[in-house]
Design a protein around this ligand. Structure first.
Ligand SMILES: Cc1c2[nH]c(c1CCC(=O)O)Cc1[nH]c(c(CCC(=O)O)c1C)Cc1[nH]c(c(CCC(=O)O)c1C)Cc1[nH]c(c(C)c1CCC(=O)O)C2
Length: 360
């Protein structure tokens, strides 16, 4: 398989290309496929970085996006939480804005703030910078994925990307936003510009995921973190067609596709229909109810409140068991938080949660 070519990879149903047999043995891959492994698989969104002193030490003198462009650092940071917590999957260390920077968008990640875009998208000419992403734009990604697949042994690697709506929000607002006001204003007032923008972002997202999958990623997660800001009607009209196109590009790869957003209780069915094998659920909807909303044939991922790590240990244990019990209502369940690990979390408590889930 040539990373430099645009040829479509041959289908490899249910089998990891670099690690044949993993699909049958990995609890994470089995649950994603709707099966019930002996123990409930668990990993944590944002497990790579944030809470680990060894991450902070490694990152001390390197800017966030520069660390994402260094294959050795990406490999090491991805492995750090795997060594500490022994989760059932690793998540690739990168960021949702990395592919935007790789095609030439002037974006940086400001500590404590998040992504900041120098020239927000406001007019048709602002779209010119959003050219297609080529594998050669992100050589460090294929290099890091390949070395991780060698290092991880039996632990599957999750590749990821930001979904078109969430990326569009950063591009239009110029940075993080609570209300997504400018984003919605453009969506309602200029539908042609909106669909041109989301179409370009879908292409970039699919190309970024393709690089990770062709290099050996065993699963993908599409983060539409801010889709919960939309009504179902608007989601279906303005967003779902583009996310569907991204996920459809991996229909023949035989790898699980996870689709996640925050505050998406009313969108769970729609996000599943957009082409996911696994729907990520935040902590606001109990998992048995979420499984009902997602509908048959799809697994769920979630959904412990990330703030539960600050609860007394008996309260935490009861909450973990409750999530596991309710998750059994779905065809498959992957334990996770309902959103990313909070930066103040104690790494020891995270390791304890992994043990609790495995003992369930
Ligand atoms: C919205 C979003 C972003 N990035 C991401 C999302 C979607 C997930 C979600 O909803 O939380 C996804 C992401 N970002 C990062 C990962 C790495 C893998 C992982 O551990 O999950 C993943 C999967 C690394 C990161 N991305 C970022 C950090 C922190 C940078 C640092 O250590 O200084 C990490 C480890 C920075 C970032 N990047 C972004 C934000 C909001 C921030 C936080 C800013 C801050 O609080 O300082 C954009």
């Amino acid at each position: 398989m040539s990373l430099g070519s645009t040829a479509v990879a041959p289908p490899r149903p249910g089998v990891s290309p670099r690690r044949p047999g993993l699909a049958a043995t990995s609890p994470f891959l089995r649950a994603a496929a709707g099966d019930r492994p002996d123990s409930v698989p668990v990993w944590f969104m944002r497990q790579a970085g944030r809470v680990l002193p060894e991450y902070r030490a490694l990152r001390a003198t390197t800017a966030m996006l520069d660390s994402c462009r260094n294959a050795d650092m990406v490999t090491e940071i991805t492995l750090q939480p795997v060594r500490r917590f022994r989760p059932d999957a690793a998540i690739f260390f990168s960021d949702i804005v990395l592919p935007l920077a790789a095609v030439g968008v002037d974006v940086d990640i400001v500590a404590g703030v998040g992504p900041v875009v120098a020239h927000p998208v406001r007019a048709p000419s602002d779209l010119d910078v959003l050219r297609p992403l080529e594998p050669g734009d992100v050589p460090y990604v294929s290099e890091a994925v390949a070395s991780l697949v060698r290092e991880l042994g039996q632990t599957p690697l999750i590749g990821f990307a930001g979904a078109p709506f969430t990326l569009a929000s950063y591009l239009i607002e110029g940075g993080p936003s609570r209300s997504h006001t400018r984003t919605k204003a453009l969506m309602y007032a200029e539908p042609a510009l909106w669909h041109d923008l989301l179409g370009r972002l879908a292409d970039i997202t699919a190309a970024f995921l393709r690089v990770q999958v062709d290099a050996g990623a065993d699963a993908i997660q599409l983060f539409d973190s801010w889709a919960g800001a939309l009504s179902e009607d608007d989601y279906l009209r303005y967003v779902a067609p583009h996310s569907t196109r991204v996920l459809a590009a991996f229909a023949d790869d035989g790898i699980p596709r996870i689709h996640f957003g925050v505050n998406t209780g009313e969108l769970l069915g729609a996000m599943g229909t957009a082409g996911a094998d696994v729907v990520g659920v935040d902590w606001r909807v109990p998992l048995d109810e979420a499984a009902r909303r997602v509908g048959p044939g799809r697994a769920v991922q979630g959904n412990l409140d990330p703030a539960a790590v600050f609860a007394p240990s008996d309260v935490l244990a009861a909450k973990v068991r409750d999530v596991c019990r309710r998750g059994a209502a779905a065809p498959g369940h992957i334990f996770n938080f309902g959103h990313g690990v909070l930066p103040e979390s104690d790494p020891g408590v995270l390791a304890h949660i992994v043990d609790l889930v495995h003992q369930f």
